[in-house]
Design a protein around this ligand. Sequence first.
Ligand SMILES: Cc1cc2nc3c(=O)[nH]c(=O)nc-3n(C[C@H](O)[C@H](O)[C@H](O)COP(=O)(O)O)c2cc1C
Length: 331
Amino acid sequence: MKEEAVLLEKNPEKKVEAREAVPCIMPDLRVQIGSLALRNPVMTASGTFGYAREFENLVNLDRLGGIIVKGISLHPKPGNPPPRIVETACGMLNAIGLENVGVDRFITGKMPYLRKLTTPVVVNILGDSVEEYSEIARKLDGAEGIAALEINISCPNVKKGGVAFGTVPEMAAKVTEAVRRSTTLPLIVKLSPNVTDIVVMARAVEDAGADAVSLINTLIGMSIDPITRRPRLANVIGGLSGPAIKPVALRMVWQVAQAVSLPVIGIGGITTAADALEFLLAGASAVQVGTANFYDPSAAESIVQGLTSYLQEQGEDCLVDIIGTLKTGTD
Ligand SMILES: Cc1cc2nc3c(=O)[nH]c(=O)nc-3n(C[C@H](O)[C@H](O)[C@H](O)COP(=O)(O)O)c2cc1C
């Protein structure tokens, strides 16, 4: 470790000062997602970290790069009947059904705690129609302490026969435009992998005014118990997540990062610093940790530490310098 780094490590207050004055003395983990500044690129994924308070005794929340809260709808949602979670090879299937407290109770009941954190809080939103997305965004626009919105477009549009907003480029663009008009907050659009060409979706939301894209949401799957001959999820189908989806997510992040000029946030099976590095090298400016939180709540914190060690070992001062540095040719 460099001499300055040792000194600063022992005096975290000085570290903050030094970082402001001289940005790249230490391994500097800061990244920028549009106008959203993060102290490091490691966030927790929506639906896997509750409203953060549930994790306060398990994780030092102030060490995370960002917290994405559980998806919020206009009205409270009870979710699907159980069983709603099934373990699969290297992953899990869930059909929680977007259970949440609704936007009004979120603002009055959850934001007072969240706004006290030093970590940026991103609110994931979902709707059954374009109008619902707009209304939620308008309500959140006036709430203090929200750093950005993440739009979950993997939801069915009830007005259009239940086709997911995230599978038709024109519908994804409509939601993005409508939310853009309803808020000045930075907008991250979260892409669904359940499409033929994710690049088309990324370009559609970029043109519609997104500030960043995050990917991937879960892959649709199912599981059957051969003895009972019944599906293991009461909802029959559910979303696959965890290490099983990492290669698919990485491929999509790499493709999207080359195709759009927006910052890309990588999600899918990230469990270790090595996993996170794969996404950063493929072009992601930040990552989200999801399923890993269920079996190792300290995963995101350990990844931050692991990224610091990697940069030190590689002699790199700034994390941003390694983003998108994947070598694919003969160099
Ligand atoms: C139990 C569970 C609940 C989830 N809820 C949401 C949600 O409310 N909104 C959303 O956009 N994504 C939701 N997701 C998707 C995750 O945020 C993430 O995109 C996905 O799980 C892939 O990352 P992972 O493999 O690290 O878990 C959920 C995932 C799980 C496992």
